[in-house]
Design a protein around this ligand. Structure first.
Ligand code: SF4
Length: 427
């Protein structure tokens, strides 16, 4: 709902969807301030940084010199045309932006990869090989009585996650919802957001990230009735793990959460697999599900749109004219390090902090103002942020809903989708 215009032309908005992390909270209230916008209600440190960023409208540049948008678009098209193997990376954009990036990669014969793909692939490998049982943010919020946070600092990635999904006092299905048990499986995970009447017991099991899978595998074996020997499991007292299994069995709706970007140790996909297999096992006797978070900088939208358009998640090459998928070979980092790619288009419309891979190939930056590339880009085109400078749509991290984003301020910054379409037309 919008109220009347303020002095500087900015409106007052309620029920705003926030694009600055994957959970896309849709209850923010934003109003005008003297130099732009102010988050009035339901903000967090990330959303304040995003929405209250002062408006800056720099000109496009070629080799660091200001040019017109048309000149920058023509230069970008020339670079792509002359490239043997261009990479379309970063991909921090909304649904329209990723659609346009895919069309450009197809016409330009290039490879698509998101800045956060490495984390996403810890999940994709499991989904592709053995499958999983996942729930949604809404289901977890309304039904779960046991949350197990596996090795992921959710509060840092999603500052309002606990407030919205774990600490909520009301439930859709009960006037008197039971208290919740929250288990932190990992070291030094931020518990400061656990507040309020819904929170019952908080249990900390300080296991190293790369040993979480041992706990899940041991609990799966014990649940099957197998003998698991030893006084310790993953370096922790066996009694602690038996207690955790008992809590899982007793739960009426348990959820194990993880965020793939937090699982940064080698072979972390095996931890995601251990979580997924435990969930399948415990589901035979009680109700349980996994819930993967992350999906910041449009990673979920990029993966979803690429899957429905090309049949594959990211790391797709159009170099041969057809979609070819290889999650190892088509990593942007690997291609640039191996000097197999000879150009990089870096798309980052949410944050000026999305870092490009190290490279000495020519680069085209389509990015929010304020980005600081390691080397001067050949072409820089400042673009607007979806949900701030223009309207748009994004897919939420649980992949079940797409949320509409509002234009909140007057800005001359173009949509990334429009710039990409113009580059494609100029090829
Ligand atoms: S938690 Fe994420 S989606 Fe919610 S307000 Fe903060 S940055 Fe935005």
């Amino acid at each position: 709902m919008e109220s009347e215009k303020s002095r500087n032309g900015a409106n007052h908005f309620e029920n705003v969807a926030c694009p600055f992390c994957g959970i896309l909270c849709d209850d923010l209230e934003i109003g005008p301030s003297n130099d732009g916008l102010k988050v009035l209600k339901n903000g967090c440190v990330k959303s304040v940084a995003g929405f209250e960023r002062p408006l800056s409208e720099p000109k496009p540049q070629i080799d660091g010199k200001d040019v017109s948008l048309d000149e920058a678009i023509a230069a970008a098209a020339r670079l792509i045309k002359n490239s043997r193997l261009p990479i379309f990376g970063g991909l921090g954009t909304d649904v329209d932006g990723i659609r346009a990036a895919i069309a450009l990669a197809e016409k330009g014969g290039g490879i698509l990869d998101h800045a956060l793909s490495e984390g996403q692939y810890r999940n994709f490998k499991v989904l592709q090989s053995s499958g999983w049982v996942l729930t949604t943010l809404t289901e977890a919020r309304n039904r779960a009585d046991l949350f197990i946070i596996a090795g992921s600092d959710l509060h840092k990635l999603h500052p309002r996650f606990f407030e919205r999904v774990v600490c909520n006092e009301a439930s859709m299905f009960s006037d008197n919802p039971p208290k919740r048990t929250v288990v932190f499986l990992g070291e030094a995970l931020d518990q400061s957001a656990l507040k309020g009447n819904r929170i019952g017991e908080v249990v900390t099991i300080p296991v190293k990230g790369d040993r979480i899978a041992e706990i899940l595998d041991a609990m799966r074996a014990m649940n099957k009735g197998a003998t698991v020997s030893g006084d310790t499991i993953a370096g922790l007292p066996r009694a602690d793990i038996e207690d955790l299994l008992a809590r899982c069995k007793a739960a009426s709706y348990g959820v194990i959460l993880w965020a793939p970007p937090s699982l940064t140790f080698p072979n972390a996909d095996l931890t995601v697999q251990a979580i997924s297999e435990f969930v399948k096992e415990i589901n035979l006797t009680s109700r349980f599900a996994g819930l993967s978070l992350g999906g910041n900088d449009g990673a979920t939208s990029a993966g979803a749109v690429c899957s429905w358009q090309s049949g594959f998640p990211l790391r797709v090459s159009f170099a041969t004219g057809e979609a070819d998928y290889d999650p190892v070979r088509y990593s942007a980092d690997r291609l640039l390090a191996a000097k197999e790619a000879d150009m990089l288009l870096w798309l980052s419309s949410f944050s000026p902090d999305l870092k490009e891979p190290e490279t000495d190939v020519p680069t085209i930056f389509l990015a929010a103002p304020g980005i600081k590339p390691s080397r001067q880009p050949k072409v820089y085109i400042p673009v607007g942020t979806p949900g701030l400078d223009h309207s748009g749509t994004m897919v939420r991290v649980d992949n079940v809903v797409s949320l509409p984003l509002k234009k909140l301020r007057q800005s001359t910054l173009p949509r990334a989708a429009d710039v990409l379409e113009k580059i494609e037309a100029a090829l």
